[in-house]
Design a binder for this molecule. Sequence first.
Ligand SMILES: NC(=O)c1ccc[n+]([C@@H]2O[C@H](COP(=O)([O-])OP(=O)(O)OC[C@H]3O[C@@H](n4cnc5c(N)ncnc54)[C@H](OP(=O)(O)O)[C@@H]3O)[C@@H](O)[C@H]2O)c1
Length: 340
Amino acid sequence: MEDKIAAALGDSTDYWASPTTQIFAFIGLFWLSIKIFSFWRLIASLFILPGTSLTKFGKKSTWAVITGASDGIGKEYAIQLAAKGFNVVLISRTQSKLLDLAKELKDKYHVEVRNLAMDFAANRDKDYAALKKLLQEEVGEVGILINNVGLSHSIPVPFAETPEQEMKDIVTINCLATLRVTQLVVPGMVARRRGLILNMASFGGLLPTPLLATYSGSKAFLQQWSSALFSELAPHGITVQVVQSYLVTSAMSKIRRASWLVPTPRQFVKAALGKIGRSGGAQGILGTCTPYWAHGIMHWAIASFAGTMNGVVIGINKRMHEDIRRRALKKAERDGKKSS
Ligand SMILES: NC(=O)c1ccc[n+]([C@@H]2O[C@H](COP(=O)([O-])OP(=O)(O)OC[C@H]3O[C@@H](n4cnc5c(N)ncnc54)[C@H](OP(=O)(O)O)[C@@H]3O)[C@@H](O)[C@H]2O)c1
């Protein structure tokens, strides 16, 4: 018996003495240490470390410009920034919704509010000229720009069947409007050497998303452009932050009930404004944060163990959107029968 144990121990000592085993063990331990370090970085970023204080971007009564401000996430950015004492410029299409929100913010938080009703899909020069005039003549220092406006497909749709107008609107609103509004605001920020430009991205762009291909591409554009802009503007004292997000309850997501994975706009925006300058779940992506805890963990896990461009991940995403399309088409059919 003792001989057998000694023989077994002898074998295992030989095994660990082999240089090949030692190299593999070292690589394995190194990989594990990186993952453990990255996990603790994630926990610290999401739950422990605060973000940069918004006061860095301007004192009370500095202006914040918010696009897509009358509903959903954009409305919540406007509310939470007004609550912190920022004056706000609200931009979206529907004048009546803007007026209601402006009244609410003035009454509740005693801040100044300016509205501009414009349709970003129309991409009219005269609207951008009106915005420029408003910023130059009625608004002082713009400390914060929230590029929030966005459009997705009405339902998941194969690319070849995507209506041309929907395709154009998504690209015009998500990409061109963001570029044009930012160009109006950046020179002032550069001159003052301070400012925050926060761009709403989406997991739809982080992970290539079949059946939302145009939306996915437009949000991936925002990620790429924002990281490049981060690098350009950091030496001028300006912070550019891409905010990555999975689903949030809103008209766009068509989800009404919040859960641990799908926060309300209020929960989401609180996390986003509290984590400026942090990465949350978006480790290693310049100027990017996935601030809401459940989204952050999901982002980190996918990026760490599979990769956001991984074929299996994209396949799962595809099946999910095929299923959403099937259900949306059935619902449209039921609604059509009811109304006829
Ligand atoms: N909700 C989610 O699950 C989710 C997830 C990831 C990322 N996001 C991103 O978060 C951002 C906000 O999404 P949300 O869910 O809050 O959307 P939402 O509830 O549909 O609100 C969109 C806002 O934009 C305005 N708007 C829409 N089209 C416009 C246009 N052509 N011109 C000017 N304003 C326009 C709307 O007001 P009017 O209709 O009055 O114009 C509204 O104020 C988007 O960029 C979206 O891609 C959302």
